[in-house]
Design a protein around this ligand. Structure first.
Ligand code: NAP
Length: 311
């Protein structure tokens, strides 16, 4: 039987920690899952350097190596991994259909684990200096900025939380925001204002990140006066929100919240029976590799139970 005529027990869409942990558990439950991994498997950790907060690695592990291990571990138990991008899905009737650029696959259940992407500012030098002082994850990279001066861009709760977190390591943290008003909750804002290491630069537009091989500064322009200032910082953390990769599934009837994250009623079940979700595509709050992996495990256990109940 060709792969496209086959009805899989489960198709897992996405190959970050959530998808690959779901794949590992589903494979070990003998469900022979198909993982549609995207064209660049591994998710957001492929873009990080050292991961020091994934339990079990005393000296840390490089993000790409961790993801490569997860791929091999799930394959060892029979997960089938395809580097294809999902383009459409039909969850209106059984078996569910998932369409990629290579064809159409059928399954009794689907786990959506497509993650979320950090929003970037599209500054001229932002991507070039990513991993060289520019980061979108203070929890992941803050440790590398011991004794340095850093900037956090954004005015929401993430910006406040990340700025506070960064003061554990950094010498100073400058919160750079585009308005004078902050959307962060009052308590988070107060905590940042009360922290002697945190400074605020508001009502500015960020023009660029400066530096050749590493970040040396951040260029901002005051919105009222037009004055351009170069802030001397060695780290720049973006905290301007995330975009969950859920649009395609929303179009297929999966319920999302006001910010576009997939909603779960109970456990990992979406509003559509047989369609489960795990990881950052449903989580705007924790966004950690380990919490995503935990949800992937939960989703696979939910799939197993769903299939057992149906049979
Ligand atoms: P957010 O609330 O959407 O805030 C994003 C911030 O980035 C805003 O201040 C926004 O400015 C700014 N921004 C967006 N696009 C920008 C651009 N192109 N240029 C410059 N600035 C830009 O996102 P978040 O802070 O990540 O929070 C997401 C959700 O998680 C929120 O509901 C938040 O409450 C929650 N959260 C909670 C906690 C906690 O309770 N411990 C911690 C973190 C996050 P404007 O204000 O001008 O729009």
């Amino acid at each position: 039987m060709s792969d496209q005529a086959k009805i899989y027990n489960t198709i897992i869409i996405g190959s970050g920690p959530a998808g690959l942990t779901a794949a590992l558990y589903a494979a070990r439950a003998d469900l022979r899952p198909l993982v549609i991994a995207g064209l660049n498997p591994g998710g957001q950790l492929m873009q990080t350097t050292e991961v020091e907060n994934f339990p079990g690695f005393i000296n840390g592990i490089m993000g790409p190596e961790l993801m490569d291990n997860m791929i091999k571990q799930s394959e060892r138990f029979g997960a089938e991994i395809r580097q294809e991008n999902v383009q459409a899905a039909d969850f209106t009737k059984q078996p569910f259909k998932v369409v990629t650029e290579k064809g159409e696959y059928s399954a009794k259940t689907v786990v959506i684990a497509t993650g979320a992407d950090a929003n970037w500012l599209d500054l001229p030098n932002e991507q070039r200096l990513r991993g060289k002082g520019v980061s979108a994850c203070a929890t992941c990279d803050g440790f590398f900025f011991k004794g340095k001066d850093v900037a956090v861009i954004g005015g929401g709760d993430s910006a406040m939380e990340e700025a506070n977190f960064l003061t554990k390591f950094a010498n100073t943290v400058t919160i750079v925001h585009r308005r004078d008003e902050f959307r962060a909750s009052r308590i988070m804002l107060k905590r940042a204002r009360d922290n002697a290491k945190i400074k605020f630069v508001s009502n500015v537009t960020v023009e660029d990140v400066l530096g050749d091989s590493r970040v040396t500064g951040l260029r901002v322009k005051h919105n009222a006066t037009g004055q351009v200032t170069d802030l001397p910082v060695q780290g720049v953390f973006l905290a301007i929100g995330h975009t969950p990769n859920a649009k395609l599934f929303a179009a297929a009837g999966v319920a999302t919240d006001a910010k576009g994250y997939i909603e779960v009623s109970n456990t990992t079940q979406t509003n559509l029976p047989g369609v489960f979700v795990a990881g950052d595509v449903r989580d705007s709050r924790y966004r950690q590799a380990v919490s995503a992996a935990g949800m992937g495990c939960m989703a696979a256990l939910d799939v197993e139970k769903y299939l057992a109940d149906k049979d």
